[in-house]
Design a protein around this ligand. Structure first.
Ligand code: PLP
Length: 389
């Protein structure tokens, strides 16, 4: 019998060391809808596997888990049809720590990293903190969708100091799920200009109907050899607190140099709770993804129809992720005023648009991975605040 997960089940996260519900950030009357985790319980097989492991009672240093690598391999194959050898898979304690190691292993201070913007803030931070220059290929809106400016992309990739392109697919915060054609064009340009691709596919499971996630490395052996992919079960199964992710890299030389950078950083080690959770998630919980995406699609519909009666706030419907990129420019506020408006007047805790780059001016990011009642309440609050302003 197929398992059913109840995404409507209320979960009290206050007082559980949750960053999203941190009372120092937003007062209790603000509905927090910002950082990218969910308010849903992890699937029952994940909880059961963790309890079973914890009951053993001994939590010493773990070895590199072969079962973890096999689980990542199994997920890529069964979900996306991408066949990778287990040897290509490596544990990393989070996608961002892994990308930092890859950036250090594959480029030098002073080199350029190209990225689509608006972009997830740590990409800029990790570039700045490691002395790299971030070149921004701004996503533009065309026919009601974010599209890649390929002429600008090529100009940036062709610069001599450009060594890395960080692909974020599905894209945070616009929710674009890039098509095979777009990915192929990106991949060819990167090969032409000898630019290595770091593909952040952390949101790969969160795809709405009518769209398909294509792992960059699955497109051709040449693309696989010119890329390293990062995944984490955390966005899907709500396990971000375990700091456990993986990279997949079939290019042996690159694999070794990135893995060495990970090992050389002695602050980084395996997490047995994280590998236990990931194995259970990837092996037993495909059902949860299907049901969660149906649920999120319902939440998304509520926001879309709610926005129809809220003047001044627009949204391009995302193709993936549970993150909505709300365009509030017509409200005519500075970013500071906009942020204050949502917290003080609407009592909603969103991410500020400008943290995603200058293109985010006048935007906020809203996370809808929460119980439907919260999404409905958020839309009521948003409407009231805008109409009363
Ligand atoms: C695109 C993207 N990459 C990476 C991360 C963070 O990954 P991790 O917690 O594994 O470092 C996030 C979290 O929101 C994200 O949206």
């Amino acid at each position: 019998m197929e398992r059913i997960h109840n995404f409507d089940e209320p979960v009290n996260r206050r007082g559980t060391d949750s960053k999203k519900y941190n009372p120092d950030l937003y007062p209790a009357d603000v509905l927090p809808m910002w950082i990218a985790d969910t308010d849903f319980k992890s699937p029952q097989p994940v909880i059961d596997a963790l309890i079973a492991r914890m009951e053993q009672g001994v939590y010493g240093y773990p070895v590199v888990s072969h079962a973890f690598k096999e689980a990542v391999q199994y997920w890529e194959k069964t979900r996306f049809g991408w066949e990778v050898p287990t040897d290509a898979v490596e544990f990393v304690p989070g996608v961002i720590p892994g990308i930092i190691c890859a950036v250090r292993a594959l480029s030098h201070p002073g080199d350029n990293i190209v990225i689509h913007t608006p972009c997830y803030p740590p990409f800029k931070d990790l570039s700045d903190h490691n002395g790299r220059h971030l070149l921004r290929n701004v996503l533009r809106v065309e026919d009601g969708q974010y599209v890649i400016d390929f002429a600008d992309l090529e100009e940036k990739l062709s610069q001599v100091r450009t060594k890395i392109f960080i692909l974020c697919n599905p894209q945070n915060p616009t929710g674009r799920v890039f098509t095979r054609e777009e990915l192929t064009r990106i991949g060819k340009l990167c090969l032409k200009h000898h630019v290595f691709v770091i593909s952040d596919e952390i949101h790969c499971d969160l795809i709405y109907k009518g769209h398909t996630h294509i792992p960059f490395g699955s497109i051709s052996p040449e693309f696989a050899a010119n890329s390293i992919t990062f995944v984490n079960a955390s966005k899907t199964f709500n396990t971000a607190g375990f700091r456990t992710a993986a990279f997949i890299c079939t290019n042996e030389q690159v694999h070794e140099s990135v893995h060495e950078a990970v090992l050389d950083n002695k602050g980084i080690g395996e997490n047995l709770a994280g590998t236990t959770a990931t194995i259970a998630a990837y092996r037993e919980c495909a059902y949860y993804v299907e049901q969660m995406m149906d649920y999120l699609e319902g939440n998304l519909d509520i926001v879309c129809s709610g926005l129809e009666t809220i003047p001044g706030i627009r949204m391009i419907r995302p193709e993936g992720t549970y993150l909505l990129w709300l365009d509030c420019r017509e409200l005519g506020m500075s970013q500071k005023e906009l942020n204050a408006f949502f917290v003080d007047k609407a009592k909603l805790g969103f991410n500020s648009g400008t943290s995603f780059g200058p293109e985010g001016q006048g935007f906020v990011r809203m996370n809808i991975a929460t119980q439907r009642t919260n999404v409905e309440e958020a839309m009521r609050r948003m409407e009231r605040a805008v109409l009363e302003r």
